[in-house]
Write a protein that binds this ligand. Structure first.
Ligand SMILES: C[S@@+](CC[C@H](N)C(=O)[O-])C[C@H]1O[C@@H](n2cnc3c(N)ncnc32)[C@H](O)[C@@H]1O
Length: 218
């Protein structure tokens, strides 16, 4: 019994320490931790691609950009969901994330329907008005606050006329951003929040651009 209490307390203390550190100094999670935390049965059951896809709605045939692919768990599901006529473009700042995601897509024989490259969300490698959806799952909290506006401006630039930004956040991600704060951020950057689905443990905010950014983000 004491062992269990000790383990739970140690995990809670570890989480608090990572949360405080993540708030002071936001940065991408190390890949070994990403693999462990993002690609396991608990994640898939409660915070996984199925929930993200349910919140995202119909995506068949759409062109989707994913910022922060991690180990590709969501990327793979998005690629399957968009079908043969859709396409997924993914980026991550960590080359190892891109490698792992490409490997995953290769194993699932989806490489021809998804293109994943190393890039930073502050300089998206996609043309103006070229995508139908931009998806970010548990990413914005890892971007330093000073860069978040820039990322959202880039999203404005690449979204097409009927495009939508779809952001999913889930607890206990130590970089979790609460829904009201996220809504403030996206609104300030030029989006209108269309709706927020889910609950406080996992939610998805769907936002529509109301302000067009200038071509190439200038
Ligand atoms: C917590 S992981 C989530 C991965 C994936 N979205 C998922 O839910 O399985 C966040 C990912 O965002 C990436 N990331 C953080 N800041 C980024 C930035 N500025 N541009 C692109 N990717 C970024 C990290 O490298 C990391 O792989």
């Amino acid at each position: 019994m004491w062992v269990i209490i000790g383990v739970v307390l140690a995990l809670a203390a570890g989480w608090v320490a990572v949360r405080i550190d993540g708030k002071r100094n936001p940065r991408p999670m190390a890949m070994r931790w990403e693999q462990f935390f993002l690609d396991n049965p608990v994640r898939r059951r409660f915070f996984g691609p199925a929930v993200v896809l349910a919140h995202l709605g119909a995506v068949r045939g759409l062109k989707i950009g994913e910022i922060g692919v991690g180990v590709g768990v969501v990327t793979e599901a998005l690629t399957v969901a968009t079908g043969e006529n859709g396409k997924v473009w993914g980026i991550d700042v960590q080359p190892d994330a891109v490698r792992r995601t490409r490997r995953r897509l290769g194993r699932a024989q989806l490489s021809s329907r998804a293109k994943v490259v190393v890039a930073d969300g502050t300089a998206l490698p996609w043309p103006d008005s070229s995508l139908d959806r931009i998806v970010m799952v548990a990413v914005l909290g890892e971007v330093p606050p000073a860069d978040r506006y820039r990322v959202l401006q880039e999203v404005l630039r690449v979204l097409g006329p009927h495009g939508k930004l779809v952001i999913t956040e889930f607890w206990p991600d130590p970089h979790y951003i609460a829904a009201p704060r996220l809504a403030q951020m996206v609104t300030r950057a030029g989006f209108r929040v269309e709706g927020t689905l889910g609950n406080r443990w996992i939610y998805t905010t769907v936002a529509i651009p109301w302000k067009r950014s200038a071509p190439n983000g200038h």
